[in-house]
Design a protein around this ligand. Structure first.
Ligand code: NOJ
Length: 538
């Protein structure tokens, strides 16, 4: 199978199907809704759509708890809708990337149901079971959503492992029969002509629970090589692993082409910069832009020629980036453009999360009753018990809660922002100004910055293949870097603040051409709030 590595030149777009476009007015987005919006996505210029899970699921964790991998959840449509989406997208040169959740299933998956029959049942060993110790959990492993990672099944007098909710039992990757069943399922999807997989929490599959090892277990890379050979290695597809525990060294192991594991991973070092060291994401700290620059620069440099980066600000688990590190008040569009420009000239594959391209912002709540997300609710329950104040917990949720990214896509300024004519499963934000129609009608909107950045990536091979170098500016809030391929040089400069900033280069650049800016095409030693630009220089 010839590998074209098409994904190195493409810009990806993540869809959270539940919140993208509802066509049957049940208040939940669906597959026909995505198909209906393909023209919009093609106009933006993206070439691959990563869909968060659309499989059958009881939705304890919004689809990341799958009860049937080869069935579409009825709220999203049918397998025929899926086939149609794949085919229609293909006509527009857009590939569909499926979310592969194989660290765990739903407890309602037939495998787990069979496993509950006891150790004689062949499916029992598809999951991770241990005996308790003195009537207590087997060990102190914690779930990522808080609380013990073990749940007791009285009929078996055994505990099963779940690194997420107790409705998400972890699969036992030590079991070759389980692995073959997963590979078969993956091949079912690959045969449909999908463009690849995003692999949910894939760094957990090599876990050694008895050693308290969850991330980056000793057999992880061996397992991925086996999976590659048995499945996607035989297709010209992309694979991107979600790996919260990846360092640049580890990311090289995953994404070095010679090793035949994955195309790239999502790493989260930049995402962790606004939490207190050693604490959970809820324990807030202000971002230091120069720290962000150092982290990006490290990843750019360390993966160059040895792996491949993914580039993202947002996904369905993260707050909206403009509210987080930009300014969602007077500089909403300007700061959104600055963030986009900063990211999109780097080496790697950029991912845009639905609504990011029109500058959607967080959705603050005033009471936990308004929150859907299981992670936020679990945190609230735990911290209430530990004596935290309501105000403190809601501040955390408003800053970091996952619902922020999950409110419906804002298509227009009409009822429910054009998302649904029914009652949306999660309320719709204020779409009077922030909506797709308005963005398309204004040639200076953030949308056109994204569109231009996507076009530039297709035209300028320096963005894909060039070297990366940090450029000093003498101001910690003015971040700059240069990309270079042969004699072609691109300089990117951004003001990561809402104040005017002065800055100076060691050597003044000689402008060859302006590529993009969110102000005027004029180079001075002062930058306006959130000013950002990219230049071709001599
Ligand atoms: C990561 C997914 O992105 C998140 O939404 C989910 O809750 C966990 N993995 C568990 O599958």
């Amino acid at each position: 199978m010839k590998k074209t590595n098409w994904w190195k030149n493409a810009v990806f777009y993540q869809i959270y199907p539940r919140s993208f476009q509802d066509t049957n007015n049940d208040g939940i987005g669906d597959l026909p809704g995505i198909t209906q919006r393909l023209d919009y996505l093609a106009f933006l210029g993206v070439e691959a759509l990563w869909l968060s899970p659309v499989y059958a699921s009881p939705n304890d964790d919004n689809g990341y708890d799958i009860s049937d991998y080869q069935k579409i959840g009825s709220e999203y449509g049918s397998m025929q809708d899926m086939d149609e989406l794949i085919a229609k997208a293909q006509e527009k040169n857009i590939k569909i990337i499926m979310d592969l959740v194989v660290n765990h299933t739903s407890d309602e998956h037939p495998w787990f149901q069979a496993a509950l029959a006891g150790p004689e049942n062949p499916y029992h060993d598809f999951y991770v079971w241990r005996k308790g110790i003195d009537g207590q959990v087997p060990n102190e492993l914690l779930s990522n959503f808080g609380g013990s990672a073990w749940s007791y099944v009285p009929a078996l007098d055994e505990y099963y492992l779940h690194l997420h909710s107790k409705k998400q039992p972890d699969l036992n990757w030590e079991n070759p029969k389980m692995r073959q069943a997963i590979y078969q399922m993956m091949n079912f999807w690959l045969a449909k002509g999908i463009g690849g997989f995003r692999l949910d929490v894939i760094d957990l599959i090599g876990k050694e629970p008895d050693q308290l090892i969850t991330k980056n277990g000793p057999k992880l890379h061996e397992l991925l090589q086996e999976m590659n050979q048995a499945t996607f290695g035989n297709y010209d597809v992309v694979t991107v692993g979600e790996t919260w525990g990846a360092t640049p060294e580890i990311a090289q192991l995953y994404s070095d082409e010679q090793r035949e594991e994955l195309s790239m991973v999502f790493q989260f070092e930049h995402i962790n910069l606004d939490k207190q060291a050693g604490q959970r994401k809820w324990d807030l700290k202000a971002l230091e832009p120069q720290e962000l620059h150092a982290v990006f620069s490290k990843w750019q440099t360390e993966l160059a020629g040895k792996g491949w980066n993914s580039l993202f600000w947002n996904n369905h688990d993260l707050p909206r980036i403009i509210s987080r590190w930009g300014n969602d008040q007077e500089y909403r569009e300007l700061s959104g453009k600055m963030l986009a420009i900063y990211l999109h000239f780097m080496q790697g594959t950029p991912y845009i999360y639905q609504g990011e391209e029109i500058g959607m912002i967080n959705y603050p709540v005033t009471d936990i009753a308004e929150v859907d997300d299981i992670e936020s609710r679990r945190m609230y329950a735990e911290r209430s018990a530990a004596g935290y104040s309501k105000e403190e917990m809601l501040t955390s949720i408003n800053a970091k809660g996952r619902d922020n990214a999950r409110h419906p896509m804002q298509w227009n300024d009409g009822p429910n922002a054009g998302f649904s004519q029914g009652t949306p499963w999660l309320p719709v934000g204020d779409s009077s100004e922030i909506n797709v129609d308005a963005a398309l009608a204004d040639k200076h909107s953030l949308f056109y910055t994204y569109k231009r950045l996507i076009e530039l990536r297709k035209k300028e091979t320096t963005i894909i293949d060039g070297d990366y170098q940090v450029i000093e500016t003498n101001n910690p809030l003015v971040l700059a870097y240069q990309r270079q391929l042969g004699s072609d040089k691109i300089l990117v400069v951004v003001n990561f603040s809402k104040e005017v900033q002065s800055y100076q280069f060691i050597e003044n650049p000689q402008i060859k051409a302006w590529l993009i800016t969110n102000y005027q095409e004029q180079l001075t030693n002062q930058l306006q709030p959130y000013e950002a630009f990219a230049l071709k220089i001599l």
